[in-house]
Design a protein around this ligand. Structure first.
Ligand code: ATP
Ligand code: MG
Length: 510
C-alpha cells in the first residue's frame, strides 16, 4: 500500500536548483534507502516532505490525500517524523525533556513529565539504548545524542520515519542495534526512509533503493539484493570507487607528536586515564573505540581546547602549551568532531570559513592588518576546486551547503596548511563515497609528506583502511595496540566493548 507519493518535486534556491522534477513514493512497511552524492538533493527532498521547506513546484499525497505541510508540526501530527543530519536538541535540557518537548502540542510539559519519563525509560530498555534519561544533552557524546533523536521519534509513535544519515556517528555495533530497531519498527507496520553514504548498510537494511544525482531522479526502483555495492556506487557517482585498499606508510620517521601521561577529569571522574603514545613523522595512528570512551577529551587536550589534569605534549621535541591558537601556531592542525559547533561559522561565507583561524597569516593579511581580498578569493577558489566543494560560489553562506560539502570546507582548510601534526576526528562523516576516497587520498598524501596524523573515527572500516598502527580506547584507557590486519574486525569490536581479547605480547612497536 502506498503511503507517500511526491510528484514532480522541484526546488530552486538562489543560484542552485536542488531538485528537478523528482517523483518519490514510499509504501507501508517498507524501508527505502535514499542514495546520492553530497549535494544531490536528498535532505532537501526530505525537508519538503517534512514541511521544513516548501517545494518550488510539485504535489505531495499522504495516504492518498493531497497534503501541504507548512511546518514540521503539521507533518508530526500526521505521523511523519524526521531525525536530522544535524541534531536539533536543546543542550541545556535533559534527555527526557528533549524527548517530550514539542511532541504533544498544547500539553503541559511539566505535568506530563513523570509519566513521560517512565515511558522514555521503557523505550530505552525496550530498544536497549544506552543513555541516561536524566543526563543533560550537552554532556552527551554525538553518538548518544543520536540515540536521543531516535528515541524522540519512537516516543512520538510516528508511522513514517525519516532518518537523515543516522549511522554517520555510530560504531558498527551501534549500527547493528539501530538496524534491529528499524526492522522491529517495520514489523510493527512503520515505513522508513533512510539516507546513508554507506552502501554496505543500504544493502543490509533497504527493501528498495532510490538514487538521486544532481537533483535528478536516476532510479527509484533498485533492488539492493540484486546489485553489488560497486554497482550502487557507480550509479551514484558515475565511476568505480574502492575504499578498502590499504596504502601503508613508506617512510616512518622520528617521533613527531608525543603525548605523555594524559589524564582528563570531568565531573570528578577520570575520563582519560594516564594515556601515553607517540606518533612518528609519516605515520597515521588510528584510535578505534565507541564514542564516549574519552575520544572527545583526548582531542580537546591535544588541540588546546581543554586543560587536562596532567599531560606533557611535545612536537618535534618542543613542548606545546597554551591556548588553542598556540597549538595551531605550533603546527597542530585540527579537524573537529562536530563541524557545526566547532569547525564552521555557518553565517559566514565559504571563503571566510576556508581561512578561519589562519586569517592573520601573511598570505592573507597585510602588515597593517588589512585582509588581502584578492589573494583570499583566489585561494578559496582553488580549495573549492581541489576539494570538490559544491557551492553556488565562494561567497555563499556555509549554511546553504549540504552536510557533506560543509565537511569538505573544514578538511580543505586544515589539510592545505601543511600542519606538522594533525588531529583528525571523523574526517568523512557524512561525506559521499567519491569525496571520501578523495579525502583518504589527501590524508595519505599529507602523511607521505611527513605529517604525523592522529585519526579518530567511529568508522572501524576507515580506521582499519588508513592507519599504520591502531590503538583501541575503552573507558579512557588504551587497551590494545596493533598493526593493521593483525586483529580481525570482530576482535577489535570485542576490545572496543571491554571484552577481554588477549593481544599477544611482543608485537608492539615504539
Ligand atoms: N538553504 C539553502 N540555500 C541555498 N542552497 C541550498 C540550501 N539548502 C540546500 N541548498 C543546496 O541544494 C543542494 C542540495 O542540498 P542537500 O542538502 O539536499 O544535499 P544532500 O543530498 O542532502 O547532500 P549531503 O549528502 O551532503 O547531505 C546543494 O547544492 C545545496 O548547496
Ligand atoms: Mg544531506
Amino acid at each position: 500500500m502506498e503511503i507517500i507519493r511526491m510528484e514532480n518535486i522541484s526546488k530552486i534556491y538562489p543560484g542552485t536548483v536542488a531538485l528537478k522534477g523528482v517523483d518519490f513514493t514510499l509504501n507501508k512497511q517498507e524501508i527505502v534507502s535514499l542514495l546520492g552524492e553530497n549535494g544531490a538533493g536528498k535532505t532537501t527532498l526530505m525537508k519538503i516532505l517534512y514541511g521544513m521547506t516548501a517545494p518550488s513546484s510539485g504535489r505531495i499525497f499522504y495516504k492518498g490525500e493531497p497534503v501541504r505541510f507548512k511546518r514540521p508540526i503539521d507533518a508530526i501530527e500526521k505521523g511523519i517524523c524526521m531525525v536530522h543530519q544535524h541534531f536539533m536538541l536543546v543542550p541545556a535540557f535533559t534527555v527526557v525533556e528533549n524527548i517530550i518537548a514539542g511532541s504533544e502540542p498544547g500539553s503541559n510539559i511539566f505535568l506530563d513529565k513523570k509519566k513521560a519519563r517512565q515511558e522514555v525509560i521503557d523505550l530505552i530498555s525496550r530498544f536497549k539504548f544506552n543513555v541516561d534519561p536524566d543526563a543533560k544533552v550537552e554532556k552527551l557524546s554525538v553518538g548518544e545524542q543520536q540515540r536521543v533523536e531516535i528515541l524522540k521519534v519512537l516516543y512520538r509513535k510516528a508511522d513514517v520515519i525519516i532518518l537523515d544519515e543516522p549511522t554517520a556517528v555510530l560504531t558498527p555495533h551501534e549500527v547493528d542495534d539501530l538496524f534491529a530497531v528499524l526492522r522491529r519498527l517495520k514489523d510493527e507496520g512503520k515505513s522508513i526512509i533512510i539516507i546513508t553514504h554507506k552502501l554496505k548498510e543500504t544493502k543490509e537494511i533497504a527493501d528498495r533503493v532510490v538514487v538521486l544525482r544532481d537533483g535528478n531522479l536516476i532510479n527509484d526502483n533498485v533492488d539492493p539484493r540484486k546489485v553489488s555495492t560497486k554497482e550502487l556506487s557507480e550509479m551514484m557517482v558515475g565511476h568505480e570507487v574502492n575504499l578498502q585498499a590499504r596504502r601503508p606508510a613508506k617512510h616512518i620517521g622520528e617521533v613527531c607528536l608525543k603525548v605523555e601521561n594524559l589524564t582528563v577529569e570531568e565531573d570528578g571522574k577520570e575520563k582519560v586515564k594516564n594515556v601515553s603514545f607517540a606518533i612518528h613523522h609519516g605515520e597515521i595512528l588510528g584510535i578505534a573505540g565507541i564514542e564516549g570512551n574519552g575520544q572527545t577529551q583526548i582531542i580537546e587536550a591535544l588541540t588546546g581546547l581543554r586543560k587536562p589534569k596532567s599531560m606533557k605534549l611535545t612536537l618535534d621535541g618542543k613542548e606545546v602549551t597554551g591556548k588553542s591558537s598556540d597549538f595551531l601556531k605550533a603546527g597542530i592542525g585540527h579537524v573537529p568532531e562536530d563541524r557545526l559547533s566547532m569547525g564552521l561559522v555557518k553565517e559566514m561565507s565559504v571563503m571566510e570559513n576556508m581561512i578561519l583561524g589562519y586569517h592573520r597569516e601573511s598570505e592573507f593579511c597585510s602588515k597593517k592588518g588589512l585582509l588581502l581580498k584578492k589573494q583570499i578569493s583566489q585561494y578559496a577558489e582553488k580549495l573549492k576546486k581541489d576539494f570538490l566543494v559544491k557551492a553556488a560560489s565562494i561567497y555563499s553562506a556555509v549554511s546553504s551547503l549540504s552536510g557533506g560539502n560543509q565537511q569538505k570546507i573544514i578538511i580543505s582548510r586544515v589539510f592545505s596548511r601543511e600542519p606538522k601534526a594533525i588531529i583528525v576526528a571523523h574526517p568523512t562523516r557524512g561525506v559521499d563515497i567519491g569525496a571520501t576516497e578523495y579525502i583518504h587520498n589527501q590524508l595519505i598524501e599529507l602523511r607521505d609528506r611527513g605529517a604525523a596524523v592522529l585519526l579518530i573515527s567511529a568508522d572501524l572500516d576507515e580506521v582499519r583502511a588508513l592507519s599504520d598502527r591502531i590503538l583501541v580506547l575503552y573507558e579512557g584507557e588504551i587497551v590494545s595496540e596493533s598493526m593493521p590486519g593483525e586483529l580481525s574486525e570482530v576482535e577489535m569490536g570485542l576490545l572496543m566493548t571491554g571484552g577481554n581479547y588477549m593481544v599477544e605480547e611482543g608485537k608492539q612497536r615504539d
